[in-house]
Ligand binder design. Structure first.
Ligand SMILES: Cc1cc2nc3c(=O)[nH]c(=O)nc-3n(C[C@H](O)[C@H](O)[C@H](O)COP(=O)(O)OP(=O)(O)OC[C@H]3O[C@@H](n4cnc5c(N)ncnc54)[C@H](O)[C@@H]3O)c2cc1C
Length: 505
């Protein structure tokens, strides 16, 4: 029986662990934090007047692809997650507010119809563009499935669309099919989720992520993202594996080119295989040492560009928000202007009063989310790590307060009177992301999904060290819930094929 040690209980690590434990590997997960999940966690705070602590979602807004026919749903079914985690389907995917435009998106058909009536001259272009997005998605899933079954895939034959478009940005493709700059910005609205503007983000990545929600709906777990992480831990334990908390890994021992053991501050664990869910800079820079790697690989690691980080304000209101403020949607993007490149520049320049932000109202997904008569809201905004990490303690504290006030002021502009109902507010920053997950630069999506860092140009799950593998946001296919789940699933499938363990369930 092969013994696998997994460093980090983020979703990438937990999914690979659950799959491998189910198929007969001996799995051990070592996590530095006190709870599993990495970013896929929740936290509790005591709020005056509440008998139970309020529980806040750390990260998840919605997951796509879990409706009937969704590829991720198949993965969840194979894992046994659909039986353990009740998911709520969101009525709408998001509402986007741009100058003079307010669009509610619930399904591809309705969205397309809405856009065609606003931009009738773009009907043909929209159809061709959306068909292309769907084609790219279909090809990627097919290629992943072929690889997971041990069949080689040929980009030219199996992914002609991916082959043709893998070197293009979203903007380049929008320019091919659409004319109106406003329409292009509307279609590219989800850039805020992925952290790169249309001129830089890979069109193949955008198409894949976009279609996840548009084709197979948006879902949220009844018990927050923590419920998914906890269920994965349970699966690992039920299949003889262990998930150990407060285990800060410091070293991976390599002998004659192969991994032999993993060291924490407290213990040493012998291991045939090691899967690292920690970011690759830490994995190779601290745990292994660059001197054991080929020069080309070190060059690749040194050139990795991390995604942006974020600030997020966690709010509890003493009011039923949808009744009092009439907001029925759960996800609202607020944009001050159409120019998304300018918006991105403003993120980099830290113009917190005007950069786009999103408002997530959790009770509009699940009416019994918190105590009755309360509303839980997150305000999310992209942000640079260096804008926070280089501050001294006092400046950091003051900046946190200033950014919190700026976000609350902007919320008040959208919903006048809301400030009077805020019972609790707390801001996380890129430094918070880093301190809880050790992700380089507090990155939320690992390496950014620019054209030069997507698809086959992204770090693979295999590494130059025999027996050492990577999962998570920095690796193929990418960050976000779905991406990291696929990374863990795909690696497990490949290891199962390679070691031909008997599937026990
Ligand atoms: C505020 C916010 C909102 C987001 N919203 C969404 C969203 O709506 N939809 C979406 O799809 N994605 C969203 N994301 C992104 C998504 O959460 C991440 O991309 C994804 O969860 C990363 O998973 P991962 O497998 O890479 O592991 P991570 O979550 O990065 O976890 C890595 C784990 O490794 C552990 N670790 C690191 N170093 C060590 C060590 N030395 N020893 C032991 N353990 C170690 C860490 O403690 C951590 O638990 C959001 C992220 C944030 C921060």
């Amino acid at each position: 029986m092969k013994c696998v040690t997994i460093i980090g209980a983020g979703l990438g690590g937990l999914v690979s662990g659950a799959m491998l434990a189910k198929s007969g590997f001996k799995v051990r997960v070592l996590e530095q934090h006190i709870i599993p999940g990495g970013y896929a966690t929740s936290f509790k705070r005591r709020v005056r007047g509440l008998s139970r602590p309020a529980e806040f979602e750390v990260s998840l807004h919605l997951m796509g692809d879990l409706g009937e026919g969704g590829a991720l749903r198949e993965v969840f079914e194979e894992l046994g997650l659909m039986d353990r985690v009740p998911f709520i389907r969101a009525e709408s995917l998001y509402r986007t507010v741009l100058p003079g435009v307010d669009i509610r998106v619930d399904s591809l058909a309705n969205y397309q119809h809405d856009l065609e009536s606003r931009f009738p001259e773009e009907k043909q272009g929209l159809q061709t563009l959306f068909d292309l997005f769907i084609q790219l998605r279909t090809e990627i899933i097919q290629m992943m499935k072929k690889t997971n079954m041990g069949e080689s895939n040929d980009l030219l034959q199996d992914g002609p669309g991916v082959f043709a478009y893998n070197h293009l940005s979203l903007q380049q493709v929008l320019d091919q099919y659409l004319s109106s700059p406003e329409l292009k910005s509307i279609v590219a609205q989800q850039w805020q989720y992925y952290g790169l503007p249309p001129s830089q983000i890979s069109v193949v990545y955008y198409a894949y992520a976009w279609t996840e929600y548009m084709l197979h709906g948006g879902y949220y777990p009844e018990g927050r993202s923590q419920q998914i992480s906890n269920a994965l831990v349970q699966i690992i334990r039920e299949h003889g594996g262990e998930v150990l908390m407060r285990q800060h890994v410091t070293q991976i021992q390599v002998e004659q080119g192969s991994v032999t053991r993993v060291m924490t501050k407290k213990a040493e664990y012998e291991s045939d295989l090691v899967i690292s869910n920690a970011d690759p800079i830490q994995t190779f820079g601290k745990f292994v040492g660059y001197e054991l790697l080929p020069r080309r690989y070190v060059k690749k690691l040194n050139s990795l560009k991390p995604s942006l980080a974020c600030v997020q304000a966690y709010l509890l209101l003493d009011v039923d928000f949808s009744t009092v403020f009439g907001e029925k949607d759960h996800e609202i993007f607020i944009n001050e202007y159409f120019d998304l490149e300018r918006a991105y520049e403003e993120v980099l320049e830290e113009k917190y009063d005007t950069t786009p932000f999103s408002i997530t109202v959790y009770e509009n997904l699940n009416s019994s989310y918190q105590a009755s008569g309360k509303t839980t809201i997150s305000l999310f905004m992209l942000s640079r790590y260096e804008a926070w990490s280089e501050l001294n303690e006092q400046d950091y504290k003051e900046k946190k307060e200033a950014v919190t006030q700026s976000l609350l002021h902007r919320l008040e502009r959208v919903y006048p009177g809301v400030s009077e109902h805020i019972e609790y507010v707390e801001l996380s920053t890129p430094c918070t992301n880093h301190s809880y997950t050790s992700n380089n630069n507090g990155a939320i999506y690992g390496a950014q999904q620019s054209v030069d860092q997507c698809l086959h140009r992204r770090l693979k799950q295999t590494t130059p060290i025999d027996g050492l593998y990577l999962v998570g946001a920095w690796t193929q296919p990418g960050g976000g819930y779905s991406g990291v789940i696929w990374s863990g699933y795909n690696l497990a499938k490949q290891l199962m094929l390679r070691y031909k363990e008997v599937v026990t369930t």
